[in-house]
Design a protein around this ligand. Structure first.
Ligand SMILES: *[C@@H]1O[C@H](CO)[C@@H](O)[C@H](O)[C@H]1NC(C)=O
Ligand SMILES: *[C@@H]1O[C@H](CO)[C@@H](O)[C@H](O)[C@H]1NC(C)=O
Length: 186
């Protein structure tokens, strides 16, 4: 019996239990210690894949674009590089609400699901956080499905570019590095 964990001289139950516990902890540590970084770009276009759901509850202050309470729903396209024509890796779907609007900054409350489907890897990441989109921002990744089941970690976002489309819509490109571990928490 004791041989299954290589404990050849286990004399009694206590030592056996410790050997089993040590083996379980090693398995858990191995499962939880591998950090993966998932990098992608997002292509967002207000009026195309991002629409207003609720108008601002309080008008935008002078010099800012979104008033307190304005909320949007979106389905951004996830791409391999900053080029909108590069390979599609999936979609990011969710909402954002302006939860603080001052002359200095507008803070958005973000809730979304990253739908990853690329090179045979399929799964989702659920993430949430507050962000001011003019500076690097961070979301917490609190779960996942499919290839990312039991994921937890953080996702760092940064601005890449803002341009005008031929039909004069605002096209915004952002970059993300999601740092995740796939560790069972139960
Ligand atoms: C937003 O943040 C500023 C600065 O922290 C604060 O003065 C203001 O009361 C906050 N609330 C709203 C609703 O903008
Ligand atoms: C494009 O849209 C912006 C913002 O709505 C506006 O200020 C600008 O005049 C528009 N340009 C053209 C060529 O329509």
């Amino acid at each position: 019996m004791a041989g299954i964990f290589g404990c050849l001289s286990c004399p009694a139950g206590v030592t056996m239990q410790l050997a089993v516990l040590a083996a379980l902890l090693m398995i858990r540590a191995a499962a939880g210690s591998k950090t993966q970084v998932i990098s992608y770009y997002l292509q967002q276009e207000f009026g195309t894949n991002e629409l207003q759901m609720t108008a601002a509850a309080r008008p935008a202050l002078e010099g800012t674009l979104s008033g307190f309470g304005q909320s949007v729903v979106y389905e951004f396209v996830m791409t391999e590089t900053a080029d909108p024509a590069s390979a599609v890796m999936g979609y990011v779907r969710g909402t954002a609400v302006a939860v603080n609007n001052t002359a200095a900054a507008t803070v958005f409350m973000v809730n979304n699901v990253v739908h990853y489907d690329y090179k045979g890897v399929q799964g989702t990441l659920s993430q949430q956080g507050e962000a001011v989109f003019t500076s690097p921002w961070e979301f917490v990744v609190f779960g996942g499905t499919g290839a990312f089941r039991h994921a937890h970690g953080y996702n760092l976002g940064s601005p890449v570019s803002i341009s005008r489309t031929p039909s004069n819509l605002t096209h915004i490109v952002t970059h993300y590095d999601a740092h995740i571990r796939l560790g069972k928490s139960f």
